[in-house]
Design a protein around this ligand. Sequence first.
Ligand code: 8Z2
Ligand code: NDP
Length: 282
Amino acid sequence: MRAVSSEIFAPGLLDGQAALVTGGGTGLGRAAAAELIACGAQVVLAGRRAEVLEATAARLGPAATTATGDIRVDDDAERIVATVLERHGRLDLLVNNAGGQYFVPAEAIATRGWQAVMRLNVGGTTRMAELAVERAMRPAGRGTIVNVTLSPHHGLAGMTHSSAARAAVESLTRAWAERWAGDGIAVIAVAAGHFQTDALDKYPAPVRESVARMVPLQRLGQPREHAWLVALLASELGRSLSGSVVTLDGARDNWCGPWPPPAITDDGGDVPVEERRPAATR
Ligand SMILES: CCCCCCCCC/C=C/C(=O)SCCNC(=O)CCNC(=O)[C@H](O)C(C)(C)COP(=O)(O)OP(=O)(O)OC[C@H]1O[C@@H](n2cnc3c(N)ncnc32)[C@H](O)[C@@H]1OP(=O)(O)O
Ligand SMILES: NC(=O)C1=CN([C@@H]2O[C@H](COP(=O)(O)OP(=O)(O)OC[C@H]3O[C@@H](n4cnc5c(N)ncnc54)[C@H](OP(=O)(O)O)[C@@H]3O)[C@@H](O)[C@H]2O)C=CC1
């Protein structure tokens, strides 16, 4: 008997599968874990704070268990993957969701800060992917890795260290997809836009309060929307999307801002239009 079923996927979509979600105790990772469970998967939630993980596992029910550790520390990363294998004997899906940065102008990023963001988003993500492949997926001849990034497609003013790190993850996604295709492993990146999670609380108030207005949809993404995408990528469809970066951002990447841009409007607030060429020269 399933405790909660998916609102959009068929029952049993991921029955029998074991998933590892890093950063699974909070926000987008927690939502993804809940949807994977609703689709039939067993999920191990990883993160540094045991109490946060335990509280989420209690909320998600018996299909959720925890593995505490820091993905930047090799022994911890090894232990997290080993825990999944001891518990389930397989690892079908790794959701590389743990990540983050801080909001500061590019010129104020200290070397240690740059390194901290790289170590987490690129180093931790890479190590977890390598361990999942070596220990579980290559021996099984099958697996899926979903790398969650914060879309870097606009350069992420205010978080340029993260922009560089996330762009690196997108590039790694393409390279890994090619490198591990022969092992039956699919690798996909999700370039997430701006989502309603508790993590937004740490940003300065003016940033936090205006962030939804920077999205053409005029609202933040909901964690369950992200979770549906992760479940879709964990399905058979994910295999043919290997090497792709799937953007989920309410059109933010493609937007130049509110229309009309104030800098080009005339005194009446209209956008000037170009003159047509005289008929004879057309
Ligand atoms: C326009 C569009 C808008 C849009 C803006 C709105 C964004 C909405 C979209 C949301 C996107 C998200 O990703 S929300 C999810 C956010 N979640 C997270 O960020 C969680 C994970 N983050 C972290 O753990 C930390 O931020 C991170 C720095 C990456 C790692 O932490 P560490 O413990 O490894 O690092 P620390 O020891 O604290 O710090 C190491 C160094 O980093 C620097 N450093 C750390 N925090 C700093 C800070 N606040 N200000 C300056 N510098 C800092 C210092 O140089 C530190 O060195 P010393 O000075 O020598 O100590
Ligand atoms: N919210 C948003 O608008 C967006 C978020 N994202 C990205 O999605 C992911 C999740 O974001 P969100 O849920 O909002 O934010 P959170 O800050 O809640 O999520 C980060 C998670 O990663 C874990 N984590 C952080 N560092 C480590 C580490 N070194 N080792 C293991 N676990 C770690 C944290 O747990 P703990 O501290 O216990 O280790 C936490 O559960 C992040 O990569 C984020 O950057 C991308 C686009 C937009």
